[in-house]
Design a protein around this ligand. Structure first.
Ligand code: HEM
Length: 399
């Protein structure tokens, strides 16, 4: 019988907004392929090269057993994340074109309107929680536009999605489950609507999935519903956390805040560096199909492996001064905030659009903003800000 593995780090240890990065730096230095006993035990790859290589190898490392640590899915297989290629391929082929440049350009004006409508009450009051009052609403409303969801459904989605969003990050299982089932019902309703009245598959995700013929057959309806439900969730949590982290960073670095305010052309590059520095999905999981050795550690087939994107993106051997914000790094394009390989994020263009527009409007409509209370951090599998009270000084132009 193999002897039990020693625990290299405790994934359940209490954290602050900053503390996980110090833990990961230590692990990268002394134990870059680390084991934790949390959630039944899992491996965590901390270094850039290991994470990149495993994310890029969907034959040797699959997502269909477990795509995240801790394993949260309890309602069946949801494409594309829970499927391995080639079963995964038709779902991505249907979804990818819906994030193309033309579609993103058409979403810019609605996104800006949503951002401004959400920001204005906060700025008028002069204070509020950047996550609870702003960033937890934004991605859901943008998503509703992208999905062409009717106003009434969008309103329900906004409420349920926000409950789900907060409950997942606060690990409140009962609410997660209840909200998850409601999200399934919503996904079903959208599929029913589109079956009755298809929209243009070039601009509508559900119609595109319904139009797919794979090996001559339509995709199973349960899997289409699962896809909508999956996209719904992966698409709303990360931007919420990420905007909180950006706002905290800019509160702590007022000089950078002022610079981006006077030079908004730098915002897209800043967003990219923030994605590296505050990678909101700490890690997704894979399972090795056979016994493997990574970094000198023996990992058995079937054991969950977290690819810790948030640690890989701060690996000094890849990014010089990795803990620092550096605008226009020469290799910024190689960060792993959106993953790598078959499961890389199809929604990256929509994520970048939201982050850019949110930051543009927040900076343009304020003379300054600052933290005004305690930061509450998120937990595995996210990393970043769950709640951050702030004060805002509205700019003259916005009054
Ligand atoms: C800051 C925002 C976002 C970040 C950092 C992010 C990051 C990621 C990452 C790291 C993955 C890879 C998962 C893996 O390795 O197993 C992923 C997958 C995915 N993301 Fe995003 N995401 C963001 C926003 C969005 C948005 C807005 C959407 C859609 C509206 C979206 C849709 C998806 C989907 C459908 C997948 C699954 C892809 C697959 O399994 O083939 N994401 N995302």
């Amino acid at each position: 019988m193999s002897k039990p593995l020693q625990q290299d780090f405790d994934a359940l240890a209490p954290e602050t907004f900053d503390s996980p990065y110090a833990v990961y730096a230590d692990l990268r230095a002394r134990c870059p392929v680390a084991h934790s006993d949390a959630w039944g035990g899992f491996w965590a790859l901390m270094g850039y090269e290991d994470v990149r290589r495993v994310a890029g190898d969907s034959t040797g490392f699959i997502t269909s057993v477990q795509n995240v640590v801790p394993k949260v899915a309890f309602t069946g297989r949801r494409p594309p994340l829970h499927l391995d290629p080639p079963e995964h391929t038709p779902y991505r082929a249907a979804l990818n074109p819906l994030f193309n440049a033309a579609r993103m350009a058409s979403l810019e004006a609605p996104t800006r309107r949503i951002v401004v409508d959400l920001l204005e009450p906060l700025l008028a009051k002069g204070e509020g929680d950047i996550c609870a009052d702003f960033s937890s609403h934004l991605p859901i409303q943008v998503f509703a536009h992208w999905m062409n969801i009717a106003d009434e459904q969008a309103r329900v989605l906004s409420e349920v999605g926000r409950d789900y969003n907060i409950a997942v990050q606060a690990n409140i299982d009962d609410i997660v489950k209840a909200a998850s089932l409601q999200l399934y019902d919503m996904a079903k309703a959208v599929v029913e609507d589109r079956k009755a009245k298809p929209l243009d598959p070039a601009t509508d995700a559900t119609s595109a999935l319904l139009a797919v013929r794979y090996q001559g057959q339509p995709l199973p309806e349960a899997m289409i519903i699962g896809t909508i439900r999956q996209v719904l969730v992966v698409g709303i949590i990360a931007p919420t956390v990420m905007i909180g982290s950006i706002a905290v960073h800019l509160s702590r670095d007022q000089a950078l805040q002022a610079r981006l305010r006077t030079e908004p052309a730098l915002i897209p590059a800043a967003v990219e560096e923030f994605l590296r520095l505050y990678t909101p999905y700490r890690g997704f999981a894979r399972t090795a199909v056979g016994d493997v050795e990574i970094g000198g550690r023996a990992i058995a087939a079937g054991e969950p492996i977290a690819l810790v994107y948030a640690s890989a993106n701060r690996d000094e051997t890849k990014f010089e001064n990795a803990d620092q914000f550096v605008l226009d790094r020469p290799n910024i394009g190689e960060h792993l905030a959106f993953g790598r390989g078959a499961h890389n994020c199809p929604g990256a263009p929509l994520a970048r659009l939201q982050l850019r527009v949110a930051l543009e409007e927040l900076l343009a409509r304020t003379e300054g903003f600052d933290l005004n209370g305690e930061i509450r951090p998120t937990r595995f599998p996210e990393i970043g800000v769950l709640s951050a009270p702030m004060v805002f000084t509205r700019s003259e132009a916005a009054r």
